[in-house]
Design a protein around this ligand. Sequence first.
Ligand code: 2P0
Length: 348
Amino acid sequence: NSTSLGAGKVKWKAPSNIALVKYWGKKAGQIPANPSISFTLDACSTTTTLGFVPRNTPSDEFSFDLWFEGKPMEGFKPKIETFFKRIEPFLPFLKAYHFTIETSNSFPHSSGIASSASGFAALALCLMDVEKLLNAETTEAYLKKKASFIARLGSGSAARSIEGDLVHWGSHDGTIGSSDLFGIKYPYEVHGNFKNYHDTILLVDKGQKQVSSTVGHELMHDHPFAARRFDQAHENLSKLKSVFKNGNLTEFINIVESEALTLHAMMMTSQRYFILMKPDTLEIINKIWAFREASGTHVCFTLDAGANVHVLYPEEEKEEVYQFIQNELVAYCENGQYICDRIGFGAK
Ligand code: 2P0
């Protein structure tokens, strides 16, 4: 059903996400070693426009240029080149066009917030729009599913940045439609306690990470605790499914904080070992625990592959917790910087 297509431009805004059960470790072909589930974020996003112009002469090379926040981004081109090579079998039109990729993030540059999830999700959606223009029969559901599949080949966690508000990625026994190849919107009932859940991201350290996530994943290959960890992720996902149904926030906190600390424990116990948390990360965690105990609120934390702390809390407790963040936590943020985010509903 392919038609030819003139020049044009498409645009998508894709959100970042924060894993509750973490993806850490993978098999060949960007297949996760264990299933994960994430909250889709709202404020943290990448906006990408993709211009395309048909090329006159056939070529064996990809042709594209890349702009980041209005400036040419030569340094990132090899990553996109690798990405294009991986996805070409599934998007055979890639070499027929010259692409202009223009991208910008809603969050501050080098804030320690990974842009690979939102970035690859936005680009994958743009490429799927081109496929849709070439084939009018492409449905919205197919576009989203394949966009997640394509995004995964750029960065694993990007598979979870297409839809909202909760996204599950990775085979998990008894979960309808669960797949290693793409993320799916969580298909079961979710308790009202999780509506409009808040995530205030405290920017503790904006420096370059010592070990990239890709290397961290690789170090799980001969990690002494890998097998047990992967089983644990399955167990935690099963438990979390019950929690999403019954709304038990105490149990939610227990799973989510344990996942965050286990992720970092895996880093500390791999060979080579490394630490991405900073002293202030631990200060914040201790403050959160003390406040939770004293206030009876359900504030908790999670961590990404970095020193920043994601402070999670329900809509009902937002005033009290936000006051606590202001009074006691903002002091630990680099230049006082933090981002008020919440659960979001996917790419637009
Ligand atoms: C996650 N992270 O589930 C885990 C937890 C960070 C901490 O997936 O090599 O950028 O591109 O597939 O997805 C970050 O790793 O790694 C990540 P690649 P990715 O969100």
